[in-house]
Ligand binder design. Sequence first.
Ligand code: SAM
Length: 290
Amino acid sequence: MSRTWSTFIQRPQTLYTSRALRFSDARSAEWLAAFGLENPKNILEIGCGPGALCGSLKRWYPDAAVTGLDLDAGFLDYARAHVKGVSFTEGDIASLPFESGSFDAVLSNTVAEHVEPSAFFGEQLRVLRPGGVCVVMSVRYSVERKSHYALRESDLEKDVWERVSKRMAERSEKFGVCRYPMDEAEYPAAMAKFGFRDISVGYVFLSLTPDDPTVSRESAAEMIESFRANDVDSVLMLNDVAPDTVTRGETAELVRQTEKKYAERLAAYDRGEKLWDCANALIMVMRGIK
Ligand SMILES: C[S@@+](CC[C@H](N)C(=O)[O-])C[C@H]1O[C@@H](n2cnc3c(N)ncnc32)[C@H](O)[C@@H]1O
């Protein structure tokens, strides 16, 4: 049983919040068109993390049985506690614990780059029924701009991030994060090489911009909360990634400073002050048929 990813790389709550925004019901029409699934009876999401996409899939395809699979028990505990109507299973994508031909669709979001490609595509091909659909999503481009509140850096913050930068790089290397990167042409070529046909590639643009006038106050607050959770988690993770480089007292102080910055950012929103901070992403959606 592994808790590596949820301890050292991304925390469950933050990842869940980010993906709940990404796969929100407000964007369901765009995602449903990109997935192109016709009355699926059983859907598998591999590398489901804390389960936000599984929850959306269950709402969007209420008649389908939805299964989420991940290696990380920390994510699965979170998913089981927060996402209802979905079955969550611990397992390795490189050796899926399912019979051949069991699923109408297999989906994944930001997982392909972490798993050896022949296993990643080969196992999905095996567990899909003939005619089943494989959907692979990968972030291609991100545009992030923090507000001046969030950018404000204390001496302690500067000092801590300088001290831990080497440890952060070592962490990604050690846990194989993005060990198998592919570009926009290599991904669909790999899908074909490992046996899929009728491959198509689409792109979905996601904008998290609280000051966008079409965004409600509720959604803007969710976006700011997602930015806050991300920054707070980056600090809290240092307790596990660099325990001999940073003290718990220092991380507690940095969390306090971060909370203050985002309380100020939200107050600015409520005063009507426009800051145009954002976290926007272009997501590649590949689709292939068995
Ligand atoms: C970047 S996270 C994405 C999680 C989720 N798809 C999301 O978008 O929130 C990558 C996920 O893949 C999982 N993962 C990586 N390698 C795996 C493997 N071989 N088998 C199962 N899960 C794996 C990690 O535990 C993690 O949950």
